[in-house]
Design a protein around this ligand. Sequence first.
Ligand code: GLN
Length: 451
Amino acid sequence: AHLDRMAEVEPKVKAFLHVDRETTIEQAQAVDTRLRAGEKLGPLAGVPIAHKDIFTTRDMPTTAASKILEGWRPPYDATVTKRLREAGLVILGKTNLDEFAMGSSTENSAFHPTRNPWDLTKVPGGSSGGSSAAVAAYEAPLSTGTDTGGSIRQPASVTGIVGMKPTYGGSSRYGLIAFASSLDTPGPFARNVLDAALLQEAFSGHDPMDSTSIDAPVPSVVEAARNADVAGMRIGVLKEFGGEGFQPGVLARYNETVQLLESLGAKVVEVSCPSFTVALYAYYLVAPSECSSNLARFDAMRYGLRAGDDGTRSAEEVMALTRAAGFGPEVKRRIMLGTYALSSGYYDAYYGQAQKVRTVISREFEAAYQQVDVLVSPTTPTTAFAIGERVDDPMAMYLADLCTIPSNLAGNAAISVPCGLAEEDGLPVGLQIMAPVLADDRCYRVGAAVE
Ligand code: GLN
């Protein structure tokens, strides 16, 4: 049914980079055989899923939406892919993204933009915009994404679905093509909170293949999603997010949802975290710095594209030509910013300073969580913007992640759940619910109450 739905809407939405009907059907038959043989698979056995094309898959290409990886077939599965295969989920295909997950609209894909199923002239968010669009368009019931600065929550918000950034280290980065390793976090997309929880639980947990993976017991997110009781919970409303620059229709839905939580018995408290307003600037030093280092591996020797290798050029020349041809403009901008921020003489002024801001943000979160159980804000300042509207203005694009970035810098859990449509454009609005490290269950509990 999902393959048929894809055949119908994919020409308009363009959520996928790779679809292979036969492999999908073979996988489904293999799961059927396992179930008939009496194998005990998890609750999602047989359910189809779409993976962001930044997770390696051994039977499908993996491009990170970059020309530099075009045609590469990874020899192994990412931990997320592998665990979900073992749990019996069937892969429908690989979804589009901003190249190497750098962007907020999926327009930075080297292949094609993806469209928002609610309005085909709008973006589906990014960088995991293929994954959000696929679920919103009913092409897939579930999908995976990665969130480095908001790339799950923001696309979920603008396509009216649920998207969760788990605690950093709660889901494995093994086999996830690296953008900014201290921030990158795999997470689930679904059309409701319980489905997202089931998916998160199916791929999370300690992984010895990822040195930052947390080896600690975690409260069940599935139980929390089923609980949905907020009576007596303390909910912090962030003073910093909700003023100028926020679309009135977004704020209207947000304020109503806070009132709803209050009417369900939660105690609403105003909280201030003044440094959150500068999180965006710290992020745009930390993330490009790590990106410049991570993307050094694309040296024309090991993977994918190799340009100008006609026997007359040195390895350095081939590398330079390959990187010039293989990376898109946003990726180059980040590599240059990051290389500059890390260079000797500037390190203290830029990267070092950004790391200090990061510490201050973590402390402000900690102080806030002394007073409240969760913090809430709109997920993004506006609803989905038009395709092309922000491509020439990186700052306007970066502002889409204003509210989501603090949780990445601190490594906290955060979810986006739909909370209605904005009056002025009829497009979906998302509520962000943030919780301390390893308290992912609180995001699901409050999210389920809102839903
Ligand atoms: N939009 C942000 C960026 O461009 C976040 C991306 C992400 O979370 N992968 O860096």
